[in-house]
Write a protein that binds this ligand. Structure first.
Ligand code: F3S
Length: 410
């Protein structure tokens, strides 16, 4: 790689061991992927922010990198953690989890990381602009920031994101370059889409087919919402490893089909109709008959809009199951101010912040609930939860899941 004089000094250790180590990680990555240079990044979203994925070795590594007053060179937010940081005991997290998570969060915070612990940082003020180079982890956030916002990131893992935050740059390869952002697969959507779960089912069906490719969608209504787009991206990144998608007439790099494909001929073309959508629902909702003990929504973390919708569905009623709506702390704060959190609480719905059933130490609170089956409107959660927690999972629309909570059965 061709480094600037400043980058060479960083690599030579003139700015301390952590900066040097970071540059070693980044130049090694650059060599592996054939990058010719580094590019500065405006921001980082840090994966590896939960002790469920960052074990003792990774926590010690983060602490070591923060020695000698190392500070992040780029604005950095922390992804979802292992517990609700404000009321871990109340929700049933163990003292050991609390101590370990506080240790990891503290290590990032001392370097300047913002401990928002959410996978939707773009909903709470960490929102890059079109074309900006960033280094983000967390697959659903990556898909959103690349596709919906049009900023540029690769799928950063923990060590690379930490190195990018400290060095303030990344090697220029992958989705940072125009040629890798062009569409590769063409998806004509004929199914009618309404709830966020429909978009999750669509993303799930497509993700299994395109894997890590770049799909281009036609036929998605121009008034698709931010919540529907985050559901689509999260599902594409769960059944597949999609980091970038385009929707003709909707996302910023796809004003036309020609612009989205950038001269590429599609490797394959599919049409997604009602039957394909139904098959995705069936794949995600295999279980039948078990009573539901938990309804979980907000994977990716809920927007205020989603909270308002659920509040309108449960107002004046009482749920029979545990019901978690996951969200970022500032979103919960606004829901409290607007009165929607109170409506949810009255109905028995809990706003859980900073964590989720995939990256959280959820075995502990789930044991407290006594799990029989879970219902969710998130394709990502329905994809991971049965394997991770061995719980039967139902997948349905927001209304179906609310009804499951009210009746105790799906
Ligand atoms: Fe977010 Fe956890 Fe889902 S990190 S996208 S709520 S699996």
């Amino acid at each position: 790689m061709k480094l600037t004089a400043e980058e060479q000094k960083m690599l030579d250790g003139q700015y301390g061991k952590s900066v040097q180590k970071s540059m070693e990680i980044l130049t090694s990555l650059g060599d592996i992927y054939g990058a010719e240079r580094m590019i500065p990044v405006k921001s980082v979203h840090m994966p590896g922010s939960s002790i469920v994925v960052a074990g003792e070795a990774a926590t010690s590594f983060v602490e070591q990198m923060g020695e000698n007053e190392t500070r992040f060179a780029a604005f950095t937010t922390l992804n979802t953690g292992a517990m609700d940081m404000d009321r871990p005991q109340e929700l049933g997290f163990s003292e050991e989890t609390i101590a370990r998570q506080e240790r990891l969060t503290g290590a990032y915070r001392r370097m300047g990381g913002v401990p928002c612990h959410t996978c939707t940082p773009y909903l709470i003020g960490h929102c890059p602009k079109f074309g900006e180079h960033v280094a983000w982890g967390e697959s659903s956030a990556i898909a959103f920031v690349n596709s919906v916002i049009g900023a540029r990131t690769n799928r950063e893992g923990g060590p690379a994101a930490l190195a990018a935050a400290i060095a303030g740059r990344v090697p220029a390869y992958g989705y940072h370059l125009d040629e890798n952002r062009r569409g590769q697969f063409l998806i004509h959507v004929e199914a009618s889409l309404s709830d966020i779960a429909d978009y999750g089912a669509l993303g799930y069906w497509v993700g299994t087919r395109v894997e890590s490719g770049v799909p281009v969608f036609t036929g998605i209504p121009a008034d698709v919402s931010t919540d529907q787009l985050k559901s689509l991206g999260a599902a594409l990144a769960s059944s597949g490893a999609v980091a970038l998608f385009h929707i003709v007439g909707v996302t910023p790099e796809a004003p036309t089909l020609e612009a989205a494909m950038g001269g590429n001929a599609p490797k394959e073309t599919w049409t997604v109709g009602e039957e394909e959508l139904r098959s995705a629902y069936e794949t995600l909702s295999k279980q039948q008959g078990q009573p539901v003990s938990l309804v979980a929504m907000g994977c990716p973390h809920s927007s205020l809009n989603e909270i308002v919708k659920v509040a309108s569905l449960v107002e004046g009623k009482k749920v029979k199951t545990a019901f978690w709506m996951l969200c970022a702390q500032p979103v919960k704060h606004l829901a409290e101010r607007s009165g929607h959190a109170g409506i949810l609480e009255e109905a028995g719905v809990t706003l859980v912040c900073d964590t989720c059933p995939v990256l959280g130490a959820m075995g502990e609170p789930m044991e407290k609930i006594g799990m029989t089956a879970m219902a969710t409107n998130s394709a990502k959660l329905a994809h991971y939860a049965p394997g991770q927690w061995k719980i039967p999972t139902y997948y349905g629309t927001t209304e179906q899941c609310v009804n499951a909570a009210l009746k105790g059965v799906f």
